[in-house]
Design a protein around this ligand. Structure first.
Ligand SMILES: [Cu+2]
Length: 830
């Protein structure tokens, strides 16, 4: 006889995950005939563990936990009960708690089933093993094939991997389906869950962490997690985040080229990056608003129509706009894993708001305003935005809709006179999850609302947030209850009779929502007699979705007599209106023309900002300008390395020779490195790059060649990495550590990173000489290691991250250990 425990309807260990939402369990005994009594005791894992669970007899939110469940199987052959995480005790990266099932008379062997309390957590509080699990599964999606094949059509971008396929669902062409209407929050909930389910296919312990963009996040914005991020105006080229060689993102490649990201205001590691991002308490505050979602009617922010626009534009948009680079670009942003962490927070804010105002019943218009189904307009009579398909409660969400009438997304039949894009983004099946049957392959908007199944007990989406419980006996966090007052601050800021200092300090707490106050901001932006800092703050406080904001901004921007920093702020604000402002497409030609004029400006700040934006938008004029500038021997406006990096953002066959020439003829190492990176987009460069990896002049150059080749052809590069790692240093038989040249260990650590996170582990572990080399690294004695100056441990300490590996401090050592562990992990079947 044995106990058969099904969690989520399955005996599989992959089903043994719970959040705060209760999960149904059923217990039977195989081969038990019922002849004699069979008393059984069910208990939950003990209280000293990180993750803790409780038992319940029902999944109603009003249920109270029970200490134990006792049952005699002679009376009934199957029992059901519920397990839920014991709020707020979440697991840390593994199944660290358990259910225990015992038969008092010992006729059936005791069953102990390991369980993980798996919830989405604040990214700033993650442990190193949780960070690595998230990032490495994200990177692993780049090794998996897309779910669909995309034959034929000449796509702007075609997915080569599962992550590309996900990323390409969220493009500018999809704008009409996913942004600037009330489906924004439900759609992104589905999108986030789609990614998370794919990550869990790679590693079932993973959830998408959320980044609280209204707080400082020192443990997120560093080289061990999302990358050390520079201030974008401080760099003359594209700002590229820096990754440690133990970070899975070290060799990360995207469908839109090298990852670009810089911050605009304050370093997000040190505080909220800009005051434009509303605090959580502002987002949860109750007040009266009139906005496009409420269609001009004064409405309470306790109703979704009042709230959703407010969150999308004042916290979500501003969080994107706090950066330059991919994550700020509404057509390319999901290539940055930060995007999903940002949207984790957006979704969490919605969930908090739902909980605070009890908005879970989908048929209540205060929970979701567009009830029923889209009435079926098609073609040119198609209704705009909120009245279009995909915004009604019973509509399916695109691109999981399997339904192309009318054509979705709207831009594919000519949205706002912008030519239709060609991106493969239709009819994808929503991934299943072993944790729940919901929402099926073709989710409706309605299915995204009651995500915990509070009203519809049992039908859950299979995720929870660390600080948002399920049961009524767990209250939500006190911060939610605090409301902010901003009316007084607004008055002080707008009063030109008050001293500068007083007005500036009011700016950080001001929140401009009323139309007359907004008009006052526009007047300040235009007013040359106002202090420059006040005008800059006015740009930040203004609603960027407003048409007048665009026109005022463009007028001031074009005026060459206006101060440089003011114009710079306006370039940033107008550029980001691409995401938020329905009128942006009609103003884009004027804006880009202005930027083209500024490419040759005397101001390096305005120049590099203009070039950065134009390059990111595939502008032809900027490419001509860069090619011309690059050919100048003297008086070039751009540093060569930066001109190459910008050009590489839009690879063109005719630029290949330029890059080759720069690599071969320029003596500057940085220029050579930029040229190599640029070659990582051209298939014809494979042989040259191979040669650089093996025989490049310096380890820095060899590393750049390796990263470029890895981008171009991961398998070829990984084979080369094995070849280099398995060759012992000259004359050395015993260890890797003697006679290493400066930079060599660092270079090799990078190669080991590629193998660890992007290699075929199954194949690598068959390679005995690789295994021997790795063991040699691991087992080298300390004398041999003394040549290393930079240790992982020191680096980790300085970033105040707790390392889980402290005994073997060196980077190469660390990476060899990680790879060997992967070999072992691959052998273990759970
Ligand atoms: Cu977003």
């Amino acid at each position: 006889m044995k106990f058969i425990l099904k969690i989520n309807g399955s005996e599989s260990p992959t089903a043994a995950y719970v959040g705060w939402t209760p999960v149904k369990c059923t217990l039977t005994i195989s081969d038990y005939t019922g002849q004699s009594p069979m008393p059984v005791l069910i208990t939950a894992g003990n209280d000293n563990l990180d993750g803790q669970i409780s038992l319940y007899n029902s999944n109603k939110t009003s249920s109270e936990p029970v200490d134990k469940i006792e049952h005699d199987f002679q009376t009934k052959s199957e029992i059901s009960f519920y397990v839920a995480g014991k709020y707020p005790h979440a697991s840390v990266g593994k199944k660290d708690t358990f259910l225990k099932i015992e038969n008092k008379s010992n006729q059936v062997p005791t069953l102990t089933t390991k369980i993980m309390v798996r919830v989405r957590k604040n990214a700033n509080n993650l442990k190193p093993n949780e960070i690595e699990a998230f990032l490495s599964s994200f990177v692993a999606l780049g090794k998996r094939p897309p779910k669909k094949t995309y034959p034929g059509a000449n796509f702007t971008q075609k997915p080569n991997s599962l992550i590309d396929e996900i990323v390409l669902m969220h493009t500018y062409d999809a704008m009409q389906e996913i942004h600037q209407r009330t489906s924004f929050h439900p759609w992104h909930r589905a999108f986030l869950s789609h990614l998370e389910r794919e990550l869990q296919e790679v590693d079932a312990t993973v959830t998408v962490p959320y980044w609280r963009f209204d707080k400082k996040a020192e443990n997120v914005f560093n080289e061990y997690f999302i990358g050390k991020t520079e201030q974008s105006v401080e760099t003359t080229g594209p700002s590229v985040p820096a990754f440690n060689k133990a970070n899975p993102l070290y060799s990360y490649k995207t469908v839109w080229g090298d990852l670009v990201r810089g911050y605009w205001g304050q370093n997000p590691a040190n505080g909220k990056t800009t005051n434009e991002i509303y605090d959580q308490k502002d987002i949860l505050k109750s007040f009266t608003v009139s906005n496009p979602y409420s269609e001009g009617i004064n409405i309470s922010s306790e109703k979704f129509k009042g709230w959703a626009y407010h969150e999308e534009t004042r916290s979500h948009n501003e969080a994107h706009s706090a950066f330059s680079g991919h994550v700020a670009d509404p057509g390319k942003d999901p290539v940055d894993p930060l995007f999903f962490m940002m949207h984790g927070n957006v979704d969490r804010l919605w969930a908090l708001w739902q909980r605070k105002y009890n908005r879970f019943s989908p048929t209540d218009p205060d929970t979701y305003p567009y009830q029923g189904k889209h009435p079926g307009h098609t073609g040119p009579s198609r209704a705009p935005r909120n009245r279009d398909k995909g915004n009604f409660l019973k509509d399916t969400l695109w691109p999981w809709d399997m339904d192309n009438a009318p054509i979705r997304p709207a831009r594919r039949w000519n949205f706002q006179n912008v030519p239709p894009g060609i991106v493969p983004q239709i009819n994808i099946k929503f991934p299943s999850s072993i944790a729940t049957n919901a929402p099926g392959i073709s989710p409706t908007l309605e299915s995204m609302i009651d995500y915990q199944g509070r009203l519809n007990a049992g039908i859950t989406l299979g995720f929870d947030y660390d600080e948002i419980p399920y049961f009524d006996h767990n209250p939500i966090t006190p911060e939610v209850q605090i409301a902010a007052a901003f009316e007084e601050h607004n008055k002080v800021f707008l009063n030109s009779g008050l001293p500068l200092e007083e007005r500036l300090s009011a700016a950080s707490n001001a929140r401009i929502e009323e139309l007359d106050e907004f008009n006052a901001l526009l007047n300040i932006i235009k007013d040359q007699s106002e202090a420059e800092q006040i005008r800059i703050q006015s740009i930040r406080l203004a609603d960027k979705t407003n048409e007048q904001f665009l026109d005022t901004g463009l007028t001031v921007l074009k005026d060459g007599s206006e101060p440089e920093t003011l114009r710079s702020e306006l370039i940033h604000a107008v550029s980001n209106a691409k995401r938020s402002n329905l009128h942006f497409p009609s103003r884009q030609p004027e804006f880009f023309n202005t930027l083209r004029g500024l490419m040759k400006s005397d101001s390096p700040l305005l120049r590099s900002q203009s070039i950065e934006i134009l390059s990111a938008n595939q502008d032809e004029a900027v490419q001509e300008f860069l090619v011309e500038d690059l050919s100048k021997e003297e008086n070039a406006l751009m540093p060569k390395k930066d001109a190459i990096a910008f050009l590489a953002q839009n690879p063109k066959p005719q630029h290949t020779d330029l890059f080759l020439k720069a690599f071969e003829q320029d003596n500057n190492e940085e220029v050579k490195i930029a040229a190599l990176k640029a070659m990582g987009k051209d298939q014809a460069s494979v042989d040259l790059l191979k040669n650089v990896v093996l025989k490049g002049k310096s380890f820095k150059i060899r590393e750049a060649g390796a990263l470029a080749l890895h981008q171009l052809d991961t398998e070829t590069m990984n084979n080369l990495a094995v070849q280099i790692i398995t060759q012992p240093a000259k004359g050395i038989h015993k260890t890797f550590f003697s006679n290493l040249a400066p930079g060599e260990a660092d270079f090799k650590a990078g190669l080991l990173n590629m193998l660890t996170f992007t290699g075929d582990i199954n194949q690598l572990k068959q390679n005995d000489s690789l295994k021997t080399s790795l063991s040699n690294v691991k087992n080298a004695d300390n004398d041999n290691k003394s040549g290393f100056s930079k240790t992982f441990k020191t680096a980790v300490d300085s970033a105040s991250v707790t390392a889980d590996i402290t005994d073997e401090p060196d980077m190469m050592d660390l990476m060899a250990t990680k790879l060997l562990r992967k070999f072992d992990a691959d052998d273990e079947v759970e």
